[in-house]
Design a protein around this ligand. Structure first.
Ligand SMILES: [Fe+2]
Length: 298
C-alpha cells in the first residue's frame, strides 16, 4: 500500500474532541500541538493543572504565551504535574536544583538538542514531561520542532509493525562526536554524570492512552538488540526519518515568556540552532517518568 494512503487513513481530525471548557485551545497543526490561552501559570490551581495534563495527553505539546516564570514559579508548577527530577547532564540552580538553565551563546549552529530526540531515552525511566520557558530569545530562529510518535507508528504497514514489534532499541548516553546526529561532546559531555546504556522496546505503549508509539531517535538510539550494526542502521534510519515526516510535526516559535510543555512519552523534538550571533536563554524543569512498556498489536 502507498505510504500516503496509510498516512491519510491514520491522520487524526483537527482535535475537535479535545477542546477545553476551561481554556481557549488553538491547535497548532494537524498532527499535534496546541496553544492554550486563559491561564496564569504562576497562580495555576489544582483543577487547572489537571486540565492542562488532560490537554497535554491529547495534544502532546501545549504552549502558553507571556508567562515569564522564575525558577520558584517553575518549581511550583512542575510539582503540580508530577515529581521533578534533577537533569542527568545539567546542574540545577542553587535554590531549586530541579530547575536549570540552558544558555546558548549563538556561536555555532549545532548545539544541545539540535537533532531529533526524545529526552533522555538513554535512562531506564525517561522523563514523563519537560517544561521549557523562553527567557532570552533571538529575534529570529531557534524554533523547536516536535513530532507525533503515535502517528509515526500508526502509519507503518501492518507487515512492518509485525516485523519490529519484538525488537528492542539500544539507547546510549555516550556523546562521541557524531557527524550524523550533529551532537557532540562540547554540548554536554563535560557535564555528563554517568554513562548509560539501556534498552527499550521499539514499539511502546503510552501509559495513559495505551496507544502504541515508535521509540527511536537520532541522538540516543544507537542500535537494535540482536542485530548487526548494519542491520540495525537500516531499520533505524528508516524509522527515524519516517517518524519526522513534516505531516507528523508542529513547530514552536519562541518569545520571551513562552512556556512549552511536551509529553515526552509520545513525542520527539529538534531544537533548531539557526540563531548565529544571538544569545538564547531557556529555563527548564523535567518531570520523572516510568520505564516504557512494550506495545501490543491488535
Ligand atoms: Fe530535548
Amino acid at each position: 500500500m502507498d505510504l500516503g494512503r496509510i498516512i491519510n487513513s491514520v491522520h487524526p481530525p483537527q482535535f475537535e474532541e479535545n477542546l477545553s471548557s476551561m481554556f481557549d485551545v488553538k491547535p497548532m497543526s494537524g498532527a499535534l500541538g496546541a496553544e492554550v490561552v486563559g491561564v496564569n501559570l504562576k497562580t495555576v490551581s489544582e483543577e487547572q493543572a489537571k486540565e492542562i495534563e488532560r490537554l497535554l495527553v491529547n495534544h502532546m505539546v501545549v504552549v502558553f504565551r507571556d508567562q515569564h516564570l522564575e525558577a520558584s514559579d517553575l518549581s511550583r508548577f512542575g510539582k503540580m504535574l508530577g515529581e521533578p527530577e534533577p537533569h542527568q547532564f545539567w546542574e540545577g540552580s542553587e535554590d531549586y536544583p530541579e530547575v536549570f538553565e540552558l544558555y546558548s551563546e549563538g556561536k555555532k549552529a549545532v548545539h544541545y538538542g539540535s537533532n531529533w530526540h526524545t529526552d533522555l531515552t538513554c535512562s531506564e525511566q525517561p522523563p514523563k514531561l519537560s517544561i521549557l520557558c523562553g527567557v532570552k530569545i533571538p529575534p529570529t530562529g531557534g524554533d523547536t520542532l516536535f513530532c507525533n510518535l503515535h502517528l509515526a507508528f500508526e502509519s507503518l504497514s501492518e507487515t512492518y509493525k509485525k516485523m519490529i514489534i519484538d525488537l528492542n532499541g539500544i539507547h546510549k548516553s555516550g556523546f562521541q562526536v557524531d557527524t550524523k546526529s550533529g551532537f557532540n561532546e562540547e554540548g554536554a559531555g563535560d557535564k555528563l554524570k554517568t554513562q548509560t546504556t539501556v534498552t527499550h522496546p521499539l514499539i511502546c505503549q503510552h501509559e495513559v492512552t495505551k496507544k502504541n508509539l515508535l521509540l527511536a531517535n537520532r541522538i540516543f538510539t544507537k542500535g537494535i538488540e540482536g542485530l548487526s550494526k548494519q542491520e540495525s542502521q537500516g531499520i533505524l534510519d528508516y524509522l527515524i526519518a519516517h517518524s519526522n515526516r513534516p505531516e507528523f510535526t508542529c513547530r514552536v516559535n519562541w518569545k520571551p515568556g513562552t512556556v512549552t510543555i511536551w509529553d515526552n512519552r509520545a513525542t520527539a523534538h529538534y531544537a533548531l540552532g539557526d540563531f548565529l550571533g544571538h544569545e538564547r536563554l531557556m529555563r527548564r524543569i523535567t518531570i520523572k517518568g516510568n520505564k516504557p512498556q512494550r506495545g501490543k498489536l491488535g
